[in-house]
Design a protein around this ligand. Structure first.
Ligand SMILES: Nc1nc2c(ncn2[C@@H]2O[C@H](COP(=O)(O)OP(=O)(O)O)[C@@H](O)[C@H]2O)c(=O)[nH]1
Ligand SMILES: [Mg+2]
Length: 389
């Protein structure tokens, strides 16, 4: 494969020659099965970084430089990667800092993951033996760990440990799909945005642990507070949009309409057929199940719509089992609340009311997504998911 390592630079005169030499003389010779290039994306650094690279280009034919205005790191990557795809026809693009923060010895491991079929390989500092720089102060360490934990929690994607890091290898297809995310945001928010969109688009993600090392020469260019503010804003807004676009709001409307159907049908059945109250409620309950199942299938979860008649039937049976589980949960909760406090109408009603958002919604939405409509693929439940059909 053709690989382009994009090195963004702004005033890296102290590092760039040493890094390029290390890559060319020590790392690349170990990689025999790929054709590797370096693209320096320099923003007309006043310290003469570009001149140093131009001198090295005379020596290394696989070294290139693209200049541009200083418009932030994301814009520099966009420029470098666009050149990689359009001019070099690269299949794989690397993101890597020019200040030795990212251990270049790890490049072969990234490429191995790509060979295994992954689309997006992330260098991670937070699991499997990865590490943040040892010489960082305690504050910075806590801050860095906490920020990533917060992002993972808000996005509710725990299998990716390092969202903010800038040591990555992506396939050309990922770049072409997500290229608009690179220059949309200030600071390093683009790193999260590119990765998050790749996750939503279903690209296969892998992680490679590495030890980060603080720069020895030159200065860091980040402005921490702006960075954190933009990042948090991005993550919260994006998660909100994800939920908004998911089946969840429609599922909630279906659930509420089901409640109304249940209440009304109880009265209609009782009054028109003269059945006992209990039987009327049970029949109304089953009518509600049918209503909920059909509306969820053809509207809320229409992206995973079940169409074959046989499957519709077996899924409806499963749906009833899930609904029965909800009843059990409500029953247990009301029972617990009344025995814990007092068996009054107020406690019963409050317990019933609270049990819906606390237990029934998380439980049933999860079951629908895992077993009925199967939007979520949970590795350790994959056997059960298969059985569910
Ligand atoms: N082209 C370009 N490179 C940048 C810019 N900001 C940072 N870089 C480069 O991006 C890498 C990481 O930047 P650095 O200042 O070390 O950030 P830190 O590691 O988060 O402190 C280095 O190679 C920088 O030279 C920019 O605005 N334009
Ligand atoms: Mg750095």
């Amino acid at each position: 494969m053709k690989v382009a390592i994009v090195l963004p630079t702004y005033n890296e005169e102290g590092n760039i020659q040493r890094l390029i030499t290390l890559l060319e003389e020590e790392i690349f010779p170990q990689i025999k099965n790929h054709n590797i290039h370096i693209i320096v994306a320099d923003d007309n650094s006043p310290d003469g970084t570009g001149k140093i690279v131009e001198d090295l280009i005379k020596k290394y034919k696989n070294l290139h430089i693209v200049y541009g205005e200083k418009q932030g790191l994301g814009a520099a990557y966009l420029r470098g990667m666009t050149a990689g795809v359009e001019k070099l026809h690269a299949d794989v693009l690397f993101e890597m800092d020019a200040d030795f923060y990212h251990d270049p010895k790890k490049i072969p491991e990234f490429l191995k993951k790509i060979e295994e079929g992954y689309d997006f390989v992330i260098g991670t500092r937070y699991n499997n033996g990865g590490a943040i720089p040892k010489n960082w102060g305690l504050h910075r360490k806590i801050f860095s760990i906490f920020a990533n934990l917060l992002i993972r929690t808000i996005l509710f994607r725990f299998s990716i440990h390092d969202w903010t890091g800038g040591y990555r290898a992506i396939k050309k297809e990922v770049f072409l799909k997500e290229r608009n995310e690179f220059a949309k945001y200030g600071g390093y928010t683009f790193q999260v945005a590119v990765l998050y969109n790749a996750v939503l688009d279903g690209f296969k993600i892998a992680e490679v642990p590495f030890h980060a090392t603080d720069r020895v020469l030159g200065r860091s260019k980040i402005a921490p507070f702006d960075y954190i503010k933009n990042l948090l804003q991005y993550v919260i807004v994006s998660k909100f949009i994800e939920i908004w676009n998911s089946p969840f709001p429609k599922y909630a409307i279906v659930g509420f309409s089901g409640y109304l159907i249940n209440a009304i049908s109880l009265e209609i059945i009782k009054n028109s057929f003269g059945l006992s109250s209990g039987l009327s409620a049970a029949l109304g309950g089953e009518l509600t199940n049918i209503w909920n199942f059909l509306l969820n299938n053809y509207w809320a979860f229409s992206s995973q719509k079940i169409t074959s008649f046989n499957k519709l039937f077996s899924k409806f049976v499963q749906f009833n089992i899930v609904a029965f589980g909800s009843l059990v949960l409500i029953g247990l909760f009301v029972e617990a609340a009344t025995s814990l406090y007092s068996d009054t109408s107020l406690v019963r009603q409050v317990a019933l009311f609270v049990s819906i958002p606390l237990l029934v919604i998380p439980y049933s939405y999860t079951m629908y997504n895992i077993f009925i409509w199967k939007r979520w693929h949970i590795p350790f439940l994959s056997k059960l998911q298969k059985i569910a059909g």
